[in-house]
Design a protein around this ligand. Structure first.
Ligand SMILES: [Zn+2]
Ligand SMILES: [Zn+2]
Length: 330
């Protein structure tokens, strides 16, 4: 552990470093994990493309090296592999093998199926380094399809109103679109301008998202009965007021907390998260079978306690700097 973040000493590289470093392995393109200005960056092809789109090609790393799924790369004697994490497009766990022992860093992850990214692949290891964003028993995410059905039922119930769904620009937005398409919604899905760029990268990487016109230039009449996606701030803000009698929804794991939804003026909270819930976190710890679990960020005490009851040794890393984006991205 160094102030710059999680460090693999024999390999000489950091994972999702919080400050600029010489050599970084990046799990995914959310801004709290993928910071600009590292010299050498190793990540999946998709993560590198998303990083370039978010921060510009130069700031995404002087040297950018893509590693394919399951490919093994030797870094100073450490065998490094990237395994799908199921969080957002390109999101990976980092598996490291050195002198016969294996550590896996989960990055952010979830276990629910997501049509926009590869599903989490559990890997047996000696040390499992996990996130813990929703590591409290109160956080149990319903199947996302069930929440989409609630949204579509509301649209059917209020055909004269515009449903504006607050969602994070990278990952959640594209997942909502894919889930709506899978549920049979083939009409246009209108986008706030801040969401367009990431959708374009997803499309360029082969995701089929359908017709996504800009909400800002659409006639008010065209938005009657429509679904509009916007950043969570804009959805509950003045921006939404120009829409036809908007129903404000927000898609986030935090919507499980009714009080939070209420205080933000969210009429239709949708519990759709890109993070593992309490059950998924515990099931994953059991599945990878690691005798030792390190927790990077989130509600570490509860998870370490629960793991301890099952004989798994836990350690809180208390990394400061992750999860800043997760409030909205979660
Ligand atoms: Zn993330
Ligand atoms: Zn995160």
């Amino acid at each position: 552990m160094l102030p710059q973040g999680l460090y693999c000493e024999p390999g000489g590289f950091f994972i999702d470093p919080l400050r600029m470093v010489d050599r970084a392995v990046i799990t995914h393109a959310h801004s709290d994990h993928a910071r600009p200005g590292h010299r050498h960056v190793l990540a999946t092809r998709e993560t590198l493309a998303l990083m370039r789109a978010r921060m510009g090609a130069e700031r995404a790393g002087a040297v950018q090296q893509a590693l394919g799924w399951g490919e093994v790369l030797g870094v100073n004697g450490v065998e490094v592999r990237l395994l799908p994490a199921g969080h957002v497009l390109g999101s990976a766990q980092v598996a490291m093998e050195w002198r016969g022992s294996r550590a896996v860093v989960s990055g952010d992850y979830k276990r629910q199926a997501d049509p926009t990214c590869r599903g989490f692949e559990p890997a047996a290891c000696d040390v499992f380094v996990t996130e813990a964003t929703f590591a409290l028993p109160v956080f149990r995410h319903p199947p996302a399809g069930q929440e989409i059905a609630r949204l579509l039922a509301s649209v059917a119930l209020f055909p004269e109103r515009t449903h504006v769904v607050g969602c994070y620009a990278l990952g959640k937005c594209q997942r909502l679109i894919a889930l709506l398409r899978a549920a049979g919604w083939d009409r246009p899905i209108f986008l706030h301008g801040a969401l367009a760029a990431m959708c374009e990268v997803y499309s360029a990487l082969g995701q089929r998202l359908g017709d996504l016109p800009a909400a800002t230039v659409a006639a008010k009449q065209a938005l009657v009965g429509a679904i509009v996606l916007a950043p969570p701030g804009a959805a509950a803000d003045r921006w939404a007021r120009r829409l036809a009698d908007p129903v404000v929804a927000v898609a986030s794991g935090w919507m499980r907390v009714r009080q939070r939804a209420k205080s933000r003026g969210v009429e239709l909270p949708l519990v759709i998260s890109d993070h593992a819930d309490w059950d998924e976190l515990n099931a994953t710890i059991d599945e990878v079978g690691a005798p030792e679990v390190w927790v990077t960020h989130g509600q570490e005490e509860a998870l370490i306690h629960a793991a301890g009851l099952r004989g798994v040794k836990g350690r809180a890393l208390r990394l400061v700097g992750y999860g800043e984006e997760d409030e909205a991205a979660a």
